[in-house]
Design a protein around this ligand. Structure first.
Ligand code: PEP
Ligand code: MN
Length: 353
């Protein structure tokens, strides 16, 4: 019994020694990670790992068999890679580790995106005419909506579909702003249009199709207007975070991340809303996250429960497409709500004005 007690004590001590050595190793892994990052090198070096493993197995005298040694060291290598990845993510300026408090994006003194109160951004898919925008605003304003959306430059899948009114659409927005004092979110597709779009937009939208347009991201990062960055159809959460990093590392930290559904095999919705992206982004980054329920679902009948779920998961706002008469809309006519449907949706959400 005494012998057993002694051996157990020795094992305990060895465990602590192994732990100490593992962390000594981890500290060096962190140093290597830093050097690799500075040089822009990949953290994963499979050739080095397999070479090291072969040398360890050759050295192994047992009693652990090769298979056990291999398993143990593979775990150590994998934990080291995770450590380097985590370290790397934490160095990003969009990371929570860089800034722990939530970023608040203020649009004037009336609207704050990222605070307690969710912000509803409503409006048509496309700006079609002054009268169209007027009719939509007349419906939205009594409900207390303060931020309107609408595309002047439209990124359409087909080059033969309505491409937006372009500069004329911006001019309509300018008139609408003057008349109603609303804040405007509108998409910029091209670096050459940033200046013109910024003259009317309070928020520059980068659409799903342009999340990977790094030159555009850098350029909106160099100017001051807040940026609403949409997740691309097939972008991982990490790719979205890195796209935001492109913007913020150029100096603009007013960024709103937008989950708008990703492409999956599912056909009953236009895209599949990735609800888990909301808390994951919020944990990883200090930037506010909103959800575009219209493009996520592509249908009207489930917008309310989907938007409620998004808010419950921590979304700081909801974007939704609204048209006074969706049947005549020049784009996305199946998914836009009419004003009555929007009013029911808005009441159902129970968001304070
Ligand atoms: C839009 O919001 O107008 C739009 C085109 O959406 P997405 O870029 O998410 O497809
Ligand atoms: Mn649309």
């Amino acid at each position: 019994m005494d012998d057993m007690h002694k051996i157990r004590q020795e094992i305990d001590e060895l465990n602590f020694e192994i732990l100490r050595l593992l962390n000594e190793r981890a500290a060096r892994v962190e140093k290597i990670g830093m050097i690799k990052r500075e040089k822009g090198l990949k953290t994963y070096d499979p050739a080095r790992e397999s070479d090291m493993l072969a040398r360890l197995l050759a050295e192994n005298k047992g009693p652990f068999p090769s298979s056990a040694v291999k398993k143990l060291f593979k775990e150590i290598f994998s934990a080291s890679r995770d450590l380097m990845e985590e370290e790397w993510r934490e160095t990003l300026v969009v990371s929570r580790k860089h800034k722990s408090e939530d970023t608040l994006v203020a649009l004037g003194d009336q609207v704050v995106i990222g605070g307690e109160r969710p912000v509803i951004i409503a409006g048509p898919c496309s700006v079609e005419s002054f009268e169209q925008m007027e009719r939509i605003c007349e419906g939205l304003i009594p409900l207390g909506i303060k931020v309107i959306r609408g595309g002047a430059y439209k990124p359409r899948t087909s080059p033969y579909s309505f491409q937006g009114l372009g500069a004329d659409g911006l001019a309509i927005f300018a008139e609408i702003k003057k008349k109603y004092g609303l804040k405007v979110v509108t998409e910029v597709l091209d670096c050459r249009d940033i200046e013109a779009v910024s003259e009317v937009a309070d928020v520059l939208q980068i659409g799903a199709r342009n999340m990977y347009n790094y030159e555009l991201l850098k350029e909106v990062g160099r100017q001051k207007k807040p940026v609403l960055l949409k997740r691309s159809f097939s972008a991982t959460i990490e790719e979205l975070i890195l796209a935001a990093e492109y913007v913020m590392s150029r100096g603009n930290s007013s960024i709103i991340l937008c989950e708008r559904g990703i492409r999956t095999f599912e056909r009953w919705t236009r895209n599949t809303l990735d609800i888990s992206a909301i808390p994951l982004l919020a944990r990883e980054s200090h930037l506010p996250v909103i959800v575009d329920v219209s493009h996520a679902t592509g249908r009207r009948d489930i917008l309310l429960p989907v938007a409620k779920a998004a808010l419950a998961a921590g979304a700081k706002g909801i974007m939704v497409e609204v048209h006074y008469n969706p049947d005549v809309a020049l784009s996305d006519n199946e998914q836009q709500l009419d004003l009555e449907q929007f009013s029911t949706f808005f009441e159902g959400l129970g968001v304070k004005r």
